[in-house]
Structure formats: C-alpha cells, structure tokens
Design a binder for this molecule. Structure first.
Ligand code: A2P
Length: 335
C-alpha cells in the first residue's frame, strides 16, 4: 500500500473545501486516499484532486472508517452533528466552523502563534474565523514585544468569506449593472456590488454582530490574553477574495513604527509591504492566491502615545481557512 494518510474533506464543493483540496496538493501533504463529502444534493458528483475525479459521498459513519484526518467546512450546524461522529469513527477533525472554537477542551490554532495548543487536542481542533486569523498574525509579535493593552480593528471582508453564494452574488450583480438591469440581493441583505455593508451577520441587542464577537473572543483565546480589550467593526465589501483589516493596537511598552516593521518582517507567515514613497502597501487583489498575510501603512497613532496603526491583508480562503487548516494537519503529522 502506498504511504500517506487517508484524508476526508467535508464541504468539498464549497469555497473553503475547494481551496483545501488545492492546498493539500500544493503543500504535497502525504495523502494516500482522498474522500470528498458534501450535502445530499451533491452526492455522486465529482471534485478534482491531483487531476483525478473524486466522487462525492454521503456523510455517514461508515464512510469515515479508516480516515486519519477530516477537514470540515460545511457550516457550524453540520460540524456540530458530524464532528463527534467522525471522531468516533477514529479520525481527527480539523474544523473550520464556529461550532467548537470557544470550547475550552478544543484547541483554537494558528500554527505560527500557538502550535503548542494543538498538542492537547481530544479529537477536534478548531481553525479560527478568517478575519481573526488575519488580524492576530501581526498582533502576536506586538504582544510578545510590548504586551497589548487594547486593539481596535475594522475589517473589510471579501464576499468569498460567505462561500460560493457570496461569490455568485457579487458576480451576478456586477453583470446586471453592466447590462443596465436591476441588481437583486438574494444572499446578502443588501446590494453588495458598488456598496459596503457594515454588518456581516445579524446585529445583536448589544449592537455587535456574531462576527465581531468572534474577533474579540477568538483573539483573546489564541493570544492567551483573556481580558484583552478589543473594539471590533466588521464590514462586507465588494471584493471577491482577501480580507483587509485596519488595526490600531496599544501596548504597555511603546513600539515605534520602525521596531514594528522589524517585528513584522521577522514573524513567520507575515510579509512587509510598506513603502509609502512607491505607493506600496497590501491590497486584496495583490494578496489573493498567497498563503502569507501582508502588512503595510505602519504608523504611530497620533491619538495615543503607545498606539500603533497598520493595515493587514490576507487571502481568507487560504491563510484564513484552508492553509491554516492544512498547517494544523502538518502539526499533527510531526507530533
Ligand atoms: P453542497 O455543494 O452540496 O451544497 P460554501 O461555504 O462555499 O457555501 O460551501 C458549503 C459546503 O458545505 C458545500 O460543499 C456544501 O455542499 C456543504 N454542505 C452544506 N450542507 C451540508 C450538509 N448538510 N452536509 C454536508 N455538507 C454540506
């Protein structure tokens, strides 16, 4: 038998699932056998892995027998139902949904930041929210160097964060606009083409969306900073791929813009694009398709002596989802 692992991808037809297949190929993850799963309506269709068609199977316990690692990106309700069943079948689950992230027994892992947390898993490891991942990458070196005391983060989130339906909606509305036809909102609550929607999901009684509270709570868990004050605003923008976040971070020990540039440049998985004279800074279209997160517009905060402002962009289907999940699987390989 060829060496390698038996891998399952649940949600294999979706935006994150498709990217997971691509990243497993690109990173030459040792896959002996790939099993693909999606909803009932896709059973029997195929997805492509290493140039070969893989038939979509129905999610049922017997189908996971012999699987070593299962990547789940079919939504929170599905993960809640499927993950315990997949673990019972003998596999380790790397879950991309919100289902288990804040469960104290489940590690929430960004490998460059808290690889150690993965060691304590009991069958399920959670991958953070895409905006959280891109935001915490530059926060970690600042926290290590100067202890964060406050974070203000405003996100500009691409439509592919809402899955294949989000991508289709921006495309359809843009084509309708070009034809002079009415733009219909089906998936998002408002027209997204040529617009900004300042709420990723429902606004709660306290004025915050669930997406914003994920950014607060997950950042604290990943950085092991339970009381860290985080002020979030999350916005959907008419960009296909890559989330951008405008961040102001305050630290106990002052970090100058120059020192921050050094810290960012040395942190694994982060790249510095900060050349104001050349108008060089990260933008979603330049970052799409890349596994690193890119930081620029680094400047000292005019309103706070220990504040630092910057702009970070990451491909949220890659580092914000699939790449991070495959990196977690790589940790398991080497543990
Ligand atoms: P399907 O294509 O059959 O609907 P996205 O986040 O891009 O919208 O993708 C969601 C993914 O989750 C798709 O692969 C979708 O499959 C899958 N999915 C949705 N509902 C279920 C379900 N009940 N069981 C398994 N997979 C599901």
């Amino acid at each position: 038998m060829a060496s390698g692992l038996s891998i399952a991808v649940v949600g294999a037809t979706g935006a994150a699932g498709q990217t997971t297949l691509r990243i497993l190929e690109e990173r030459k993850f040792p896959v002996r056998e790939l099993r693909a799963f999606a909803s009932e309506r896709s059973v029997g269709k195929t997805v492509t892995f290493r140039g070969e068609p893989v038939t979509i199977q129905r999610v049922e316990p017997a189908a996971f027998k012999g699987v070593d690692i299962a990547f789940c990106s079919a939504g929170s309700a599905q993960s809640k139902e499927y993950a315990p069943m997949i673990v019972k079948a003998g596999a380790t689950v790397i879950d991309k949904s919100n289902a288990f992230r804040m469960d104290p027994a489940v590690p929430l892992v960004v490998p460059e930041i808290n690889a150690h947390a993965a060691r304590s898993h009991r069958g399920i490891l959670a991958c953070p929210n895409c905006t959280t991942i891109v935001t915490v990458m530059p926060l970690k070196p600042l926290h290590d160097a100067g202890r964060l005391t406050r974070v203000i983060a405003t996100s500009f989130q691409a439509v592919s964060g809402a899955g294949v339906n989000g991508i289709a909606e921006l495309r359809e509305q843009t084509l309708a606009w070009a034809r002079g036809e009415a733009m219909v909102a089906r998936h998002f609550p408002h027209q997204i083409a040529f617009n900004l929607v300042p709420a990723i999901d429902r606004i709660g009684p306290d004025g915050y969306t669930a997406e914003e509270m994920k950014l607060v709570n997950e950042t604290r868990k990943i950085l092991e900073a339970p009381g860290l004050p985080v002020a979030p605003t999350t916005v959907r923008v008419p960009v296909f791929t890559s989330h951008s976040i405008s961040v102001t971070a305050e630290t106990e020990v002052k970090i100058t813009a120059g020192r921050a540039r050094d810290l960012f440049a040395r942190f694994p998985g982060l790249k510095l694009w900060d050349d104001p004279a050349q108008h060089r800074y990260p933008m979603p279209i330049a970052v799409e398709g890349q596994d690193d997160c890119f930081v620029g517009r680094i400047r000292e905060d005019l309103s706070s002596p220990n504040g630092l402002s910057f702009w970070v962009v990451g491909d949220q289907l890659r580092k914000g989802a699939a790449t991070n999940a495959v990196q977690i699987a790589e940790l398991l390989l080497h543990s």
